[in-house]
Design a protein around this ligand. Sequence first.
Ligand SMILES: Cc1cc2nc3c(=O)[nH]c(=O)nc-3n(C[C@H](O)[C@H](O)[C@H](O)COP(=O)(O)O)c2cc1C
Length: 438
Amino acid sequence: MADLTSNFAGIRSPNPFWIASGPPANSAYQSHRAFDAGWGGLVWKTIGAPIVNTASRYSALNSGTTRMIGFNNIELISDRSPETNFLEIAEVKKRWPSHAVIASLMVESREEWHEYVKRAVDAGADGIELNYGCPHGMCERGMGSAVGQQPLVAERITSWVMEVATIPVIVKLTPNITDVTAAARAAKRAGANAISLINTINSITNVNLDTYVAEPTVRGMSSHGGYCGPAVKPIALNMVQCCAADREVGLPISGIGGIAGWRDAAEFMALGASTVQVCTAVMHHGFRIVEDMTDGLNTYLDSKGMRSVSELVGRGVAKIDSWQNLDLNFRRVARINYDSCIGCNLCYIACEDGAHQCIDLLAPKVVGVGIGPGRVPHKPIPKVREDDCVGCNLCSLVCPVDSCITMVEVESGADPMSWSDYQRKLAAGEIAAIPPHV
Ligand SMILES: Cc1cc2nc3c(=O)[nH]c(=O)nc-3n(C[C@H](O)[C@H](O)[C@H](O)COP(=O)(O)O)c2cc1C
């Protein structure tokens, strides 16, 4: 079995799976249950001057029968007193000495930051996470994403924290910013030990077309919320990779955003995260999902001959490059497996109306095959004109049958050519204005 133990910027945990700051990490009771279930660490629901929350607080975007593909909330930081929170952190640490308990903090003045950091240290927390990401409520009072969106302000506050912190400090970044690396660099300049990302994305999930009020509704009104869950994973992966690839950042990364299983976690790790944090998936399915995450990651690492998570971390970072460095002479075309084709023609329609018009609908006798098991010749059959196919992937994405349309690499017969090669060759008159295969 691979070694799943984690040492994240000096914070040790039995595995790299942590509960993210939020409702599932709100109390000692939940922490005991989370660790019993197998989580390696947790980031406590953000502690600060107690707030009052609204009813209601959450809304969701569903996709067909899939519930909560995206999740939105207008919940603020902890509504429990700091005394209770720090007391319970101490209690949890006593019972779970080898598990990671991180105190998430959000306050305003330098004095308050100093006070809360010291209280977290005294409670026995293994680390501190600075919540510069909450994009609703707290930002209207100059905290949360209002800090994260101004790297210089975030840098100043982080250096206040570093003045007194004796345990590792993680800066949690907001995705509601044009360039996340600017915020990550500010964390580094201030001396933070690590970054975590992403917090939630500003959102409105839906509007009731009778009342014109969005959900979650609070006496006939709503508010901008924070979006998370599976729908945000691509945005989070992108931002994690940007930070991992940035030479000036160079900090350990805890990846967050839409993680629900071991595959998601492994993808974040491949793009540079050495631990991952989960909130929405636990709210949806409960603490038990960690069993599949640990088993799945273990099996995956074993299958790749990797002995520890660190061998996976960052493997995919350098495989994301600037568009202009991609090979313009690389060719890929769509191939349809007529054994599994159901003749729905979605590929034809997508290609004809939404892409590059390189699939024909032909009579079975023209194509020379039927479709489906037994190859029944009952409908016009989609056939890719491979010479015209630009390899855009759209037909394979809309096809409702797994592996029915595959994208296969074909020889272009030409040497690799980047955008700058293309421009140079064009200027030298070596090639025509459009690459020959387009
Ligand atoms: C209801 C709710 C409350 C949250 N509260 C906090 C919080 O107090 N502090 C914080 O840093 N992040 C908070 N978050 C953000 C999560 O920690 C996490 O960054 C985000 O939800 C993305 O992860 P996910 O897709 O796994 O949910 C909250 C998220 C949700 C859904």
